[in-house]
Ligand binder design. Sequence first.
Ligand code: C5P
Ligand code: MG
Length: 164
Amino acid sequence: MSYEYRTGLGWDSHRIAVGRPLILGGVTVESEFGLDGHSDADILLHAITDALLGALALGDIGMHFPDTDPRWKGAESMQFLTHALGLVAERGYEVVNMDTTVILERPKLKDYRVKIREHIAANLKLELDQVSVKFKTAEKVGPVGEGRSAEAQAVVTVRRRTQS
Ligand code: C5P
Ligand code: MG
């Protein structure tokens, strides 16, 4: 059996905002603040969505879901990701694995790791070991380190069978 492999890269950043929920990978994290944004501001799902789109050169999340469109105000970002996965599947590709990093000074996120991985895997119909989620601080340096913003990065590899 042989496959064609492609890889995509995604990145996102949102401002920290008091009075907003902190939602990462579709999971609400207990926190004194959240992230500002037109949708639910889920930086992790936005980064994964861009990585999936990028793997097949399908543009980026803003092209498919403009933040000026009232349909996406407060939208759950999982719908962006499942839409991107649909575009990938339509072209005959399946996800091999994804690796991600959320960079946020606080709160501590490691206790949410399994829940976030399970939530993403369940929604994308993947196995748990295909979904990696890592967390980092920015060591108190820069906008993330000073607690003004958060970032997420994602790499996704997809494959399509070329011979049976
Ligand atoms: O950024 P730093 O290397 O100090 O992070 C150490 C560990 O702390 C990470 O490997 C991660 O597991 C955890 N962490 C966390 N929540 C954060 C940042 C880091 O659980 N917001
Ligand atoms: Mg975003």
